[in-house]
Design a protein around this ligand. Structure first.
Ligand code: HEC
Ligand code: HEC
Ligand code: HEC
Length: 128
C-alpha cells in the first residue's frame, strides 16, 4: 500500500510545479502599467486604442508638420481641431509626464529624448 504521508506532499509539489506559469502570469498582470488618465476630460484626440498604438507616429507627424511645413492645426478623425503642440496640447490633459508617459515607457524600457528640450508640466510647475 502507498504511504499517504509521502504521497500527499508529492502531489502538492506536482500541482505547484504545473501551475508555476499561471502564478508567474498572475504577477505580470499586476505589473502592467496603469498610466494616470485625465480626470476631467473623457476623450483623447483620437481613440484610446489608436493613441495606445500610434501616439509615437502621431507625434512624429506633428513634429514634421510644425517644423517643416509650418502647419499648426491638426484635424482629428472626429473633425475636431487641435493645436499641434506636445507641451500645450498633449500635456494640457496629460498633466504629469512621470505618472503618464513614464509609467508605460519605463515598463517597455524606452526613453524618448523629447524632454531634453521640451518641458514636462511637473517641471514647469516647479519654476513658477
Ligand atoms: C483633451 C484632452 C487630451 C489631449 C489633448 C490628449 N489626450 Fe491623450 N488621453 C486623454 C484621455 C481622456 C485618455 C483616455 C481615453 C479613454 O480612456 O478612452 C487619453 C489616452 C491617451 C493614451 C492611451 C493611454 C492608455 O492607457 O492606453 C495615450 C498614449 C495618449 N492619450 C497620448 C496622448 C498624446 C501623445 C497626446 C498629444 C498628441 C494626447 N494624448 C492628447 C486626453 C487627452
Ligand atoms: C499606454 C502606454 C503608453 C503611454 C501612456 C505613453 N506611451 Fe509613448 N510609447 C509606448 C510604447 C509601448 C512605445 C513603443 C516603444 C518601442 O517601440 O520600443 C512608445 C513610444 C513612444 C515614442 C517613440 C520612442 C522612440 O524612441 O522612438 C514617443 C516619442 C512617445 N512614446 C511619446 C509619448 C509621450 C509624449 C507620452 C505622454 C504624453 C507617451 N508616449 C505616453 C507606450 C506609451
Ligand atoms: C534638441 C531639442 C529637441 C528634442 C530632443 C525634441 N524636440 Fe520637439 N521641438 C524642438 C524645438 C526647438 C521645436 C520648435 C518649437 C517651436 O517652434 O515653438 C520643437 C517642436 C516640436 C513639436 C511641434 C510644436 C510644439 O510646440 O510641440 C512637436 C510636436 C515636437 N517638437 C515633438 C517632439 C517629440 C515627440 C520629441 C521626442 C521624440 C521631440 N520633439 C524632441 C526641440 C526638440
Amino acid at each position: 500500500m502507498y504511504n499517504a504521508e509521502k504521497v500527499i506532499p508529492f502531489i502538492i509539489v506536482l500541482i505547484v510545479f504545473f501551475t508555476i506559469p499561471m502564478w508567474l502570469n498572475f504577477g505580470r498582470l499586476e505589473a502592467i502599467p496603469q498610466p494616470e488618465l485625465p480626470k476631467k476630460e473623457k476623450k483623447c484626440i483620437e481613440s484610446k486604442e489608436y493613441m495606445r498604438a500610434y501616439h509615437m507616429k502621431l507625434l512624429d507627424n506633428w513634429r514634421k508638420k510644425a517644423i517643416r511645413e509650418n502647419q499648426h492645426v491638426y484635424v482629428a478623425s472626429d473633425g475636431k481641431t487641435h493645436t499641434i503642440s506636445l507641451q500645450r496640447t498633449c500635456m494640457k490633459c496629460h498633466t504629469n509626464k512621470e505618472k503618464f508617459c513614464d509609467k508605460c515607457h519605463d515598463f517597455v524600457i524606452t526613453h524618448p529624448d523629447c524632454w531634453d528640450c521640451h518641458i514636462a508640466p511637473e517641471v514647469a510647475k516647479k519654476w513658477q
